[in-house]
Write a protein that binds this ligand. Structure first.
Ligand code: MN
Length: 236
């Protein structure tokens, strides 16, 4: 069982980068929750920071192991998506959807893009991580079935942080582009722009992370509506 000091050590980099008096992100508890569920949390947070990316997180040993996936996950087993290992995040981070203030680390809009549980396929997760090949099954709303994270040589000084996220062939594999077809939050059904609008973020910047599809196309702004529609749209 992980001791509080060991947990704090794991969250050291996470805490160092953030100002919890300014950002609404969770600080992370010093103690592990007593009522620990047997199921391991899985979450993907879509994050429109300086660049759009998807933060892929798996609960393990009291924190969320985290990878930043610039292009997001692909359901197509022939597609390998770069996943940069980043600092462990606190478990509570899985519930975070909202705005990180401008100027803060990761400043921008965060959406809970997918959430559920995960199961390792290997007997020994720590060894699998050390060896750079973790196979696992996801039970999310958007991502399901068997996947692998495999460490790659990557580029330059950050080479040890470069992994690839790949879907295994199974019933959940598909050619569908899930990032385009399912762009909304699984907890609030909002797009990035709608989260930014509701929570005082940068709406136009956030909107650049939303795909332009039938599912996201919205009615024109009020000012461009003809007079006859104006009253109706204001009531709404
Ligand atoms: Mn991020």
């Amino acid at each position: 069982m992980l001791q509080p000091e060991a947990l704090l050590m794991k969250l050291k980099e996470y805490r160092k980068k953030r100002h919890f008096d300014v950002s609404p992100e969770p600080e992370g508890q010093a103690e592990l929750s007593k009522e620990k569920s047997a199921r391991l949390i899985y979450v993907v947070q879509k994050h429109r920071a300086s660049h759009l990316h998807y933060d892929f997180r798996l609960e393990w040993n009291g924190t969320l192991l985290s990878w930043a996936v610039p292009k997001g996950p692909s359901l197509d087993p022939s597609v390998k998506r770069l996943a940069m290992k980043v600092e462990d995040h606190p478990i509570e981070y899985a519930n975070f959807e909202g705005i990180i203030p401008k100027g803060e680390y990761g400043g921008g809009t965060v959406m809970v893009w997918d959430r559920g549980t995960w199961e390792p396929e290997a007997e020994d997760v720590d060894t699998a991580l050390r060896q750079g090949e973790l196979k696992f099954t996801l039970h999310g709303k958007k991502l399901r079935g068997s996947w692998v994270l495999v460490r790659t040589r990557g580029y330059g000084s950050r080479s040890d942080r470069s992994w690839l996220l790949i879907k295994h062939r199974d019933a959940y594999a598909s050619k569908e582009d899930i990032t385009i077809d399912a762009p909304r939050s699984v907890v609030s059904n909002r797009l990035l722009a709608e989260i930014a609008r509701d929570e005082g973020g940068e709406v136009e910047e956030a909107a650049t992370g939303d795909p332009v599809t039938k599912a996201t196309r919205r009615a024109p702004e009020k000012k461009t509506l003809p007079r006859s529609q104006r009253a109706r749209s204001q009531k709404a």
